[in-house]
Design a protein around this ligand. Structure first.
Ligand code: DC
Length: 229
């Protein structure tokens, strides 16, 4: 019998973490958790309740509203992966807009929010056999994860990928706005006080600026195999 492990994937935005995570989850029959979706759903809640905007953040009100935020993942059988539900409403599409991307890093800086989401993430992982991606998985959520990956790529490559994704789904956006957002999120995510994005000492770094999905996936599978057999 192969061992079930925790695979923690951290890294900058749009480095293809979720693509690799989904492939791993399908291959090994693991649960996949996209923790960025959870921070995005809290941001959407804050936007819908006028608690965050371009020039303001009602931190105290948002923290006191946390008890009214219920997050869950439900499998979409047709697509084969889980979608994000906020208070029982499917928000998978709404959380991927540029507007949410522009506000999410600001909301993610709040320690009380991080505390709630980290606790929920740790509960999901208590059975192992899980692939989780985010910014603090190998450092804070699962410091004992058996395999930790840290993904990077140039800002230009990442913005190009994200731009294509949003254009393909019909959003009307400019490349420059996406590039600015990618760089701005890098800055806020890596410099915040509470659990900043840093590579865990024992994480294996992948710069995939010039590496295709197949090559990355094959290399990562070899790392997984070494840990489960
Ligand atoms: O992975 P993503 O781009 O969908 O994440 C959106 C934002 O959520 C990211 O810019 C920072 C925040 N985030 C975080 O602070 N901690 C995590 N574990 C995951 C995401």
């Amino acid at each position: 019998m192969k061992k079930k492990i925790i695979i923690a994937i951290d890294g900058f935005s749009s480095t293809g973490k979720s693509t690799i995570a989904k492939l791993l989850a399908n291959t090994y029959n693991y649960i996949y958790v996209d923790t960025g979706a959870m921070y995005r759903a809290v941001t959407l809640f804050a936007m819908n309740n006028n608690l965050v905007g371009k020039d303001f953040l009602e931190k105290e009100l948002l923290v006191s509203s946390l008890k009214n935020i219920s997050l869950s993942f439900k499998i979409n059988k047709k697509l084969g992966f889980a979608e994000m539900f906020l208070n029982n409403l499917n928000v998978e599409k709404e959380i991927r807009t540029l507007e949410v991307s522009q506000l999410v890093s600001k909301v993610s800086e709040i320690s009380e929010i991080r505390k709630k989401l980290v606790a929920e993430q740790q509960l999901m992982g208590n059975k192992s056999g899980i692939v989780m991606d985010g910014r603090d998985i190998g450092t804070v959520v699962f410091p004992n994860a058996e395999l930790k990956l840290f993904m990077t790529a140039s800002a230009d490559k990442r913005a190009t990928r994200r731009y294509k994704e949003l254009i393909d789904r019909g959003d009307n956006i400019s490349f420059d706005d996406i590039l600015f957002n990618v760089q701005e999120r890098d800055r806020i995510d890596s410099t915040r006080e509470d659990s900043p994005l840093v590579k865990a000492d024992d994480a294996i770094e992948f710069d995939n600026s010039d590496m295709g999905i197949k090559e990355q996936f094959d290399r990562i599978c070899a790392l997984v195999e070494r840990r489960i057999t």
